[in-house]
Structures are given as C-alpha cells and as structure tokens.
Design a protein around this ligand. Structure first.
Ligand code: GRG
Length: 285
C-alpha cells in the first residue's frame, strides 16, 4: 500500500526542521518507520465519505499521525512499557538515547498543533480551526489519551471490570481514533447529525481496534506485530483477552466491527470508511 502520509511529512519538514541533528533525525526516524497509518486514513476517508476533497484533511491527517508517533515513542520508554522494538525496528530511545527520544516525542506533540494552524505551511486550511484544535487537544491530552495511559499504568496487575477497561481504552486508544474521524468531519463541514453518527462510528471502531490489538498480542507473530508477541502479559497489563478469554474477546471485536458498519449507513458515501473496517476485520481473520 502506498504511504500517503510520508510525502506530506516530507513537504512540511523543511519548514519546521530543528537545528539540532539528533532531534531532527529522531523525529524523522519515528515518522518514517512505517505503521498502518490508520488514523490519517480515517481522516481522509471521512472527507471522502462526505464527498469533499480529501486534501482538506491533509493538516489533520499529519497532525494525528504526529501525535500517534509521539505517543509510541513515549510509550516505549523505560519508565513506561520499556519496549526495545517498535514496528520491527529499534525503538526511538534505543536508536537515539532516552533524552533525545523524550524530546522527539515532545517536538512531534507540539508540532501537531502547528501543522493544524500555521498558515505558512503549504497545506490547505482545515476550515473551523478553533474546533479542530480544541478537538485534538481534548482527545490527545489529559481528557483523552494521556489520561488513558495513566489509567492503564495504574491498572497494571489489577482486574478492572469490563466497564473500567472500556473506559481506559476508550481514552488511551479510542480518543485518537475518534479525533481522526472528528477532524475529517470538521474538514468536510459535516452537519451536526452526520457528525454525531461519525463519532458513534469512531467510538465503536476505536474499541474494536483495542480489543483486536489485545487478541493479536496473543495470536500474532513477532514479525506481524513488529515486537515480541505476548508483551501485554509480560507487563501484567489488564486486557480484554485477560478479562474475557481469547475466543470471547475475538467475538467481541467482530461484533464491534459489525456495529461500526451499522453507523455508516446514512453517510453520503460509506465505502471509504467501510474499506477501513474491512481491512481491520482482515487483520484478525
Ligand atoms: C505515552 C501519552 C502516551 C500515550 C501512549 C498509543 C499509546 C498511548 C500506547 C501504545 C500502546 C499500545 C500498543 C496500545 C494499543 C493500541 C495501539 C494504539 C496500538 C498502536 O497503534 P497502531 O497499531 O500502530 O496503529 P502503527 O505502528 O500501525 O502506527
């Protein structure tokens, strides 16, 4: 599959590149290391579902991947999950040292907001900028992903209820999936009813994504995961597989993907978002 995100990153990089080489390299290392690019694809596909030019979503697509890459760099640090491998390559802190990796994460995080807003960058404006910046900050920050990560760390070694686990992962993983769709909807000027449906779709998809991730952590190979399988268990993480068992967790993910599809029915063109649901379903099959 062609990576539509990398050319955007390369286009923007000369305008924002830091002077210090290791920082610049560490940022580029993480942004160009591959990955499925699910979040940017969700932005563009949401624009397409609303029958608007997907380039209107370019700023948002880059912004959500910048936040995602920062979160992975920080998640791999010794103080968090302490992972030496990410996407089949040495994690950022293994390649560039802990200090530069922390700074690279910080830089990608802040840059995401500049990418959304800076008129000097050669990208189409997103439209309602105040809405877009607020949505991204809410979902990425202490109301969203950062709190999810904190709750997840606190839950290590515990057995949270299904409701608590949904809440943790709704924030940790789900919030960035949700905001990818929300930003696509802002770029596409979705009316409030369509926005509501898209957000319901994104919430369901985000939960499916996390349940699947837990299943794949058990059933996937080291190559397909880009890291050793079973790492959640090694860290004493509370997972949907731990709570429901492998088979029920897998069925739960299937049911959530089917429910996500139901939310798409009233869109002008559901096919681009349906294609993402299908791609995720194929991951598990
Ligand atoms: C450090 C603030 C902070 C947050 C970290 C995203 C995250 C929160 C942690 C990642 C840990 C993890 C494995 C979460 C499960 C679901 C998930 C987000 C997987 C990684 O996303 P993918 O599969 O990764 O989209 P690629 O490599 O394809 O981009």
């Amino acid at each position: 599959m062609t990576d539509r995100l990398l050319p955007l990153w390369q286009q923007v990089q000369p305008h924002i590149g830091p002077q210090s080489e290791p920082l610049s390299q560490a940022m580029h290392y993480s942004m160009s290391a591959g990955g499925k690019r699910v979040r940017p694809e969700l932005v563009w596909s949401t624009c397409q579902a609303l029958c608007v030019d997907p380039r209107l979503g370019d700023r948002a697509a880059l912004a959500v991947e910048l936040i995602h890459c920062y979160s992975l760099i920080h998640d791999d640090l010794p103080a968090m999950d302490d992972d030496d491998l990410r996407r089949g390559q040495p994690s950022c802190h293994i390649a560039y040292g802990e200090a530069q990796a922390i700074l690279a994460g910080d830089a990608l995080n802040t840059l995401a907001f500049q990418v959304l807003a800076d008129p000097a960058l050669p990208l189409m404006p997103i439209g309602n900028l105040a809405h877009a910046v607020t949505a991204l900050a809410r979902c990425a920050g202490p109301q969203g992903m950062v709190d999810g990560q904190s709750l997840d760390l606190l839950a290590e070694g515990q057995t949270p209820s299904l409701a608590a686990l949904k809440q943790i992962h709704g924030k940790k993983t789900g919030a960035m999936i949700r905001v990818a769709v929300e930003l696509g909807a802002i770029a596409g000027q979705a009316d409030p009813l369509v926005m509501q449906r898209l957000i319901a779709f994104a919430k369901t998809l985000g939960l499916a994504f996390q349940v699947q991730d837990d299943v794949l952590d058990v059933t996937g190979s080291n190559e397909s995961l880009g890291k050793p399988s079973g790492s959640d268990q090694g860290l004493n993480k509370s997972t949907f597989v731990g709570l429901l068992g492998l088979e029920s967790a897998s069925q739960f993910a299937d049911a959530l993907l089917a429910e996500a599809t139901d939310h798409l029915s009233a869109l002008p063109d559901p096919k681009p978002l349906q294609a993402i649901v299908d791609k995720l379903a194929a991951r598990q099959a």
